[in-house]
Design a protein around this ligand. Structure first.
Ligand code: GMT
Length: 377
């Protein structure tokens, strides 16, 4: 390892994949000897155990009565500047351009140019927010002024260049999972609470936003169930949950579908399943497919966004066009009814998760980016 760095990390601490990746990265950087300061509005939900190299600084928003909208962004920028000064930070690594990179750039102006800003794009900042002209100039500014910018898939880089006309280099740094946490867990006894041994168990995990097309999961499952005994396990909750529940009831599938709500020990839950279903409309990466892959569970997914960079069709899972639930079900049935094929795909999943999306290699890649912006290569 090179110099010991002092790194501030800002992310959405309670939000899906980006929060998980930012937190895991911080934990691994701390294990590698760096000092990591999380600057967020609440404790990152996967932070877990105590570590002498990890610090948490809570952003408190002023509720001064003249503010119609409490200014979170300004509170964040001033906290980032304060922590950077007090702790002598080398850099701020922010996840999401809006508002985190913009706040970090303001903090940098307050502290001085020696404070570097590394911005990681996770998707919705580009695929949704950049479409809004009133905000796209701000995203472009944040990207162009950051000392380094990374994105979680090549597809997201292409989308950023195309939709914002960005010409500066963007580093590709794939998401990763910690292989000490994500591996096939012993789950035979637990699984009996969800499915009989002769039933296949399909799983879907998300925040149930419309972009996840969760009702497509029900359509895929209904077709699979016609071909073989099967159960479906939903993990997570969000705006589309009641619509999905209603569809399950209308299709007469209530006895075969389990809604488990939010779960913490995702690796344990996934390990019970035979197949992950991820039919999203858009997905810059699709972290849950990687979590499944690392637990030896293949994914049937849409070929949207960055998913094909993760799920190799015919090798570590199967892809179909967005909304083509018939094709997704066909792939699922072919895979689940052929034991030899299933074993081969499972092995390929474990290998790919371990070697292509290896936490050590990707953490080192981020370190190299940090040393580069600090001119300490
Ligand atoms: O997809 C979401 O609803 C959550 C969002 C997030 O901030 O976690 O996910 C985005 O970032 C993840 C981590 O990089 C990616 O795995 C997801 O694909 C990406 N979501 C979208 O692009 C829709």
């Amino acid at each position: 390892m090179g110099d010991r760095l002092k790194i501030g990390i800002t992310c959405y601490p309670t939000l899906g994949g980006s929060g998980v990746v930012a937190t895991e990265l911080g934990k691994i950087l701390a294990e590698r000897g760096h000092e990591v300061h999380f600057i967020t509005h609440s404790m990152p939900f996967r932070l877990g155990r105590f570590d002498k190299n990890i610090f948490y600084h809570e952003v408190e928003v002023s509720d001064y009565y003249v503010f119609r909208y409490p200014p979170y962004d300004l509170s964040l920028a001033s906290k980032q500047a304060q922590v950077a000064q007090m702790q002598n930070l080398d850099l701020l690594h922010v996840h999401y351009a809006i508002p985190h990179a913009v706040c970090a750039l303001l903090a940098k102006q307050m502290v001085g140019d020696h404070l570097k800003v590394v911005t990681t794009l996770h998707g919705t900042d580009i695929t949704v927010l950049a479409q809004d002209e009133s905000i796209s100039d701000l995203i472009r500014y944040a990207i162009n002024r950051s000392d380094a910018v990374t994105a979680v898939s090549q597809d997201l880089i292409n989308e950023t260049v195309r939709s914002l006309g960005i010409t500066r280099p963007i580093d590709l740094a794939y998401n990763f999972v910690d292989k000490r946490v994500y591996y096939p867990r012993e789950s035979a006894a637990l699984r009996l609470d969800y499915a009989r041994p002769d039933e296949k168990l399909l799983i879907h995990i998300s925040n149930f936003r419309p972009v996840k097309r969760v009702t497509d999961v029900v359509d895929v499952f209904a077709r699979v169930k016609q071909a073989m005994p099967a159960k479906l396990l939903f993990v997570g909750e969000g705006p589309e949950l009641s619509k999905v529940m209603m569809k399950v009831r209308e299709m007469g599938l209530a006895d075969s579908v389990i809604f488990a709500g939010k779960q913490d020990d995702v690796a344990q839950v996934i390990s019970m399943a035979d197949l992950m279903v991820l039919p999203s409309e858009k997905e810059s990466f699709g972290l849950v497919a990687l979590e499944a892959m690392a637990c030896g569970v293949p994914t049937v997914a849409s070929n949207a966004g960055g998913i094909p960079e993760l799920v190799t069709h015919g090798e570590t899972g199967y892809l179909a066009d967005v909304g083509n639930t018939a094709a997704m079900a066909e792939h699922a049935i072919a895979l689940l009814s052929d034991e030899v094929l299933y074993r081969r795909v499972r092995e390929a999943c474990l290998h790919r998760a371990r070697f292509t999306f290896c936490n050590d290699a990707i953490t080192r890649q981020y370190e190299e980016i940090y040393y580069r912006v600090l001119n300490r290569e």
